[in-house]
Ligand binder design. Structure first.
Ligand code: GLC
Length: 543
């Protein structure tokens, strides 16, 4: 097994810059805010930070609509601030991973401003156009944030294609000149010392709208190999592609150990389990525990030796895991730690999304408090379609992306210490109970648990290369597995529910308990609510 890649040993921390730390009191987090928290991140022990987009942007989709890939948006700071962040983070042994949004740009990008002027303009073909007549759409494809995926431009008498908001026109990857510009831009960032890239909705770049194809288009892997050859392979970078539609088979291509495409993909099969099949994420279904085990087991097994997993529960698009699979009330602390222990024992590179290490929870606001374009569009669409407001709000409370975007909870001061001004989005009212100041000094806190898990992963190679086996597949309460290499065996046992259960496994004889979420020890294999234990047996005979 290949242990040589630094990112196989790494833990990555995702920062959503507008919600992390505000240094200048304008209510929005910024790069200087991040710099001021590098000690905190070093203390946690992470190796790299993935920054959600900080490039120049009209912020229609909070930065995922980029109008200049080679400049920093003034709400976050300047290019000098970015250079300072890369440098200062380096002093803390933290690499900076940038978010590359390559499927689309902002409609305010110079390329698009040119493209829409005339069909002859050299930039016209950087985007995806179809002839038509105003009012007669090329087809009935829908955009992810509601409405048609086509938008009419009278100047050229054509529609442009957008998979997301109308201000996010899709880029045309069939055009080699566009691809070249993208590679040059990436190499420019690499030259500035970034440690890698996260590639936004990368499986959607090879779209073929005439055939209704959005993700996994026929040319996708050809583009990825060219992209990798022209950019990433020239440096020791980590690359992670967001791919909603990836299967283990596809992930083996993306993350082939021959390094021809990417380091790994972010796939969502374990995340999408609580939605009605074939419907939208807002159509809520109960969480199927057996299915969760089956999905994790399949990815762990199929990628072993053939690819590499990303391990995550949260990101800036997802509700908070402790409010989802955990219990954010009476077992808040136990369940937050259990979910951490379960995930960090698996094979892959773990991602911690800001605030997850504190057990931050979902919010349940009135509609006026939400800021996310997807949430707001959903609300008006569904009311128009005749849904009851309480039902729409129930879906929003469970699934809105703003659950992840409320400000980081630093301390008990006003606005949780996030800003001295008025925060761009309301702070979760539970910040007096859940905040970093209360947890960093306390080894038994959720933060302490994450820090310890990171330390353990660094210490024992079995976390990187141990082969995964699922135990108790049919058990309705317990998620248990082992990871085994030639000299040790890790056993992880987690009770996923709020009732005490008998675990049918034998207590491992010569194992040490590496970590658990209950202080007063573990005698027999009786698991208390949300109890999690991780044991290590050293099977190596000293020679
Ligand atoms: C990805 C991002 C999401 C964004 C979308 C469009 O899914 O994670 O935040 O809205 O792409 O760029």
């Amino acid at each position: 097994m290949n242990r040589d890649k630094w990112w196989k040993n790494a833990v990555i921390y995702q920062i959503y810059p507008r919600s992390f730390a505000d240094s200048n009191g304008d209510g929005t987090g910024d790069l200087q805010g991040i710099i001021s928290k590098l000690d905190y991140l070093e203390n946690l022990g992470i190796d790299a930070v993935w920054l959600s987009p900080v490039c120049r942007s009209p912020q229609d989709d909070n930065g995922y609509d980029i109008s200049d890939y080679q400049d920093i948006d003034p709400v976050f700071g300047t290019l000098e601030d970015m250079e300072e962040l890369i440098r200062e983070a380096g002093k803390h042994n933290i690499r900076i991973i940038m978010d590359l949004v390559l499927n689309h740009s902002s409609d305010e990008h110079r390329w698009f401003r040119e493209a829409r002027k005339s069909r002859e303009n050299p930039y016209h073909d950087y985007y995806v156009w179809r002839d038509g007549v105003e009012g007669e759409l090329p087809n009935d494809m829908r955009a992810a944030f509601g409405g048609s995926a086509w938008e009419w431009v009278p100047e050229v008498g054509q529609y442009y294609f957008h998979q997301f908001s109308v201000k996010q026109p899709d880029l045309n990857w069939e055009n080699p000149r566009l691809r070249r510009e993208i590679y040059d831009m990436i190499n420019w960032w690499t030259g500035k010392g970034v440690g890698g890239f996260r590639l936004d909705v990368i499986d959607q770049i090879a779209k073929e709208p005439d055939r209704g194809i959005t993700n996994n288009g026929p040319r996708l892997h050809e583009y990825l190999r060219e992209l990798s050859r022209e950019t990433f392979q020239k440096a020791d970078l980590v690359t992670v592609g967001e791919a909603w539609g990836a299967t283990p088979e596809l992930a083996k291509l993306y993350s082939n150990p021959d390094n021809s495409e990417l380091s790994m993909v972010f796939q969502f099969e374990h995340i999408c389990l609580d939605q009605v099949e074939g419907k939208e994420k807002w159509d809520l279904a109960p969480l199927p525990f057996q299915k969760l085990k089956e999905v994790f087991g399949r990815w762990q097994t199929q990628l072993y030796g053939k690819g590499w997993n990303s391990l995550f529960w949260n990101n800036h698009d997802l509700p908070r895991i402790v409010s989802r699979w955990g219990n954010d009330r009476e077992y808040w602390e136990e369940s937050a730690k259990m979910l951490a222990i379960l995930l960090h024992g698996m094979q892959g590179t773990p991602y911690i999304y800001q605030g997850e290490e504190l057990g931050m929870t979902n919010v349940a606001y009135e509609i006026e408090e939400y800021r996310d374009i997807e949430t707001l569009n959903l609300y008006s669409d569904r009311l128009e379609k005749g849904y009851k407001e309480e039902d729409v709000l129930r879906s929003i409370h469970a699934k809105s992306r703003d659950n992840a975007r409320t400000p980081m909870q630093w301390n008990e001061e006003e606005n949780a210490g996030f800003t001295k001004g008025t925060p761009w989005i309301r702070v979760n009212p539970n910040y007096r109970k859940i905040n970093a100041a209360r947890q960093v000094e306390d080894g038994d806190s959720v933060f302490g648990c994450y820090r310890e898990l990171i330390r353990l992963r660094r210490k024992y190679p079995v976390f990187v290369d141990g082969r995964f086996s699922m135990l108790l597949e049919e058990d309705e309460n317990i998620f248990a597995y082992t990871r085994e290499n030639e000299d040790s065996r890790l056993l992880v046992v987690c009770n996923f529910y709020g009732r005490t259960v008998d675990c049918p496994l034998e207590e491992p004889a010569n194992a040490k308990l590496l970590i658990s979420n209950y202080k007063d020890g573990e005698k027999a294999m009786i698991l208390r609510p949300y109890e999690a234990r991780m044991y290590l047996e050293e099977t190596d005979d000293p020679k």
